[in-house]
Ligand binder design. Sequence first.
Ligand SMILES: [Zn+2]
Ligand SMILES: [Zn+2]
Length: 280
Amino acid sequence: MFLTPLRRQRLKEAIISYTVFLLTPAYFLFQICVIRPYLTVHLDWGPVKHFLHIVFASYLFTNVAGNMILCVLTDTSVKSYRGPTAAGSYCKFCKQKQPANSWHCTTCNTCILRRDHHCILLARCIGRNNLRYFICYLCHLSISMFYATYYNYIILRSMFDLRTFAATTSRIFSLSDWSIFANSSLILKARLFVCFWYLNLIILPISLNFLVFHLYKACKGLTWYEYKKGKVPVRTHWKRNLAYVFGTRWYLVLLWPSVESPLPNKRAHGTRDLRRETLI
Ligand SMILES: [Zn+2]
Ligand SMILES: [Zn+2]
C-alpha cells in the first residue's frame, strides 16, 4: 500500500523472524511430545536411553534458542564499542567517522562494527559482537536437524514398513493416496510426520551450507563483505582468526551460549617472524 521500501523490508523481516522464533520451540516440542513416544515403542528403548535422548535433545534446543536470542539481543552497532579503534571512512548517513572495517546497514539504519551481513531470518545485522552466536546457532541447528532427520526417518520407515532410507524417501515423495492408513487420526499423524520430514530435508542442507561457509570465513579472518569484495585472507594462523570471531576462549563457546569469551581489541597479522598488530 503506502509503505516505503524500507518499511516493507522491515515488515517482511518481522514476519520471517517471528516465524523462526515460533517454529524453533514448536519443532522441539514436536520431537519431544509426538516423535519420542513412537521412538520408545519402535526402538524398544530402556529408561537410560530414553533419559539420554531427552537430555541431549534439550541441550541442543537450549543451544539453538540461546544462541539465537543472544545473537538478536547483542548490540552490534559502533556505539556499543568504547575501546580504541583504527579510523575508517566517513558515514554519510550517520554523519560521523566509522571505525575501520565498519559498514553502514540501510535496514538497521546504523553503522555496524566489523559488519558481516544483514540476516533476514533474524532481522538483525551480524557483526563483530554477535558473529560468534550466529555461527554457534548454525552449528547447533545443523546437529539438531541431523538428529531429528535420523529419528524422523526411523518413524516413517516403520510407518510405511520399509527397510532402507532410499525406499522410504522415494515412498514419501511419491505418496498421493493417504487412504493406505487405517483411520483419519493415523492419516493426520502421517501427514504431520511427512510435513516435518520435508522441513528437515530443507533446513538441514541450508544450515550446513551456511555453517561451512561462515566457518571457512572465520578461519580465513574475513567477513562476508570482505569475501564478496575479493579481499585477500589475513595471513594469520586459523586459531588466531577464530579468536577474533569467538573470543579468547573460542574452544568453549560451542558448549554453551553464555560462556564468557572476550573479543580481543587488537588483531595480529602475518607470520611469527613478521607479526604486527592493528586495532580492530
Ligand atoms: Zn552509518
Ligand atoms: Zn542490518
